[in-house]
Design a protein around this ligand. Structure first.
Ligand SMILES: [Fe+2]
Ligand SMILES: [Fe+2]
Length: 202
């Protein structure tokens, strides 16, 4: 058994890593993907969403929903970074290097910065996040329950974020109603899945 392969008191190896490797997880590849996803959460969504939200003047409802998505991406960052270290990985020791490893394009302010253009960008960022976290789920399903659980919690919220921005963009750009099922979070950035808070239930 792989657990027995680590001698008592040996701190140079991790049973928590060896068991998932024995089940077929390419741990080095998983760490790279997690760092890319963490960079996307931090740089693209949390950082750039701040700029996008600032430019949603006149749309307090859009600002609030953008803020929820922004803060929940910060929760995703907080949730996943410890897992990178548990797996024996680390974050690059240079913010510029880290930024450039992001698995999603930077969500820079569009030109012109109209609400419709900003919402389009937000929507496409969420779609990138859904694809990236789904790839982590696929890679870990049935093999690495801990990473799978964390990624699935994040994915739950990314799917909600996509639905929110579809609703807002369809209305803003086309005056079309495409409901997301959304009602406001209890508090800004509630993150019910990634912070293990109670789900919306009046
Ligand atoms: Fe996120
Ligand atoms: Fe998101």
């Amino acid at each position: 058994m792989p657990e027995e392969a680590v001698p008592a008191g040996d701190v140079s190896r991790r049973v928590g890593v060896e068991v998932i490797r024995a089940r077929g997880v390419d741990v080095d590849k998983l760490i790279k993907m997690l760092v890319a996803n963490a960079a996307a959460e931090f740089a693209s969504t949390y950082y750039y969403y701040t700029i996008l939200r600032m430019n949603l003047a006149g749309h307090e409802d859009y600002k609030e929903i953008c803020e929820d998505a922004r803060l929940e991406d910060r929760a995703h960052w907080e949730l996943i970074v410890p897992r990178i270290y548990e797996l024996g990985g680390s974050l690059p020791n240079d913010l510029r290097v880290f930024h450039d490893q992001a698995g999603c394009a930077a969500a820079k302010l569009p030109d012109p910065p109209t609400a419709a253009n900003i919402l389009t960008l937000l929507l496409e960022s969420e779609r990138c996040a859904i694809r990236s976290w789904s790839a982590i789920c696929d890679m870990t399903f049935g093999k690495d329950p801990r990473t799978y659980d964390l990624a699935a919690r994040i994915l739950n919220e990314e799917i909600e974020h996509e639905a929110w921005f579809i609703e807002l963009l369809a209305w803003e750009r086309d005056k079309k109603s495409i409901p997301s099922g959304h009602f406001r979070r209890g508090e800004p950035g509630e993150a019910p899945y990634s912070k293990n808070r109670q789900l919306y239930n009046p």
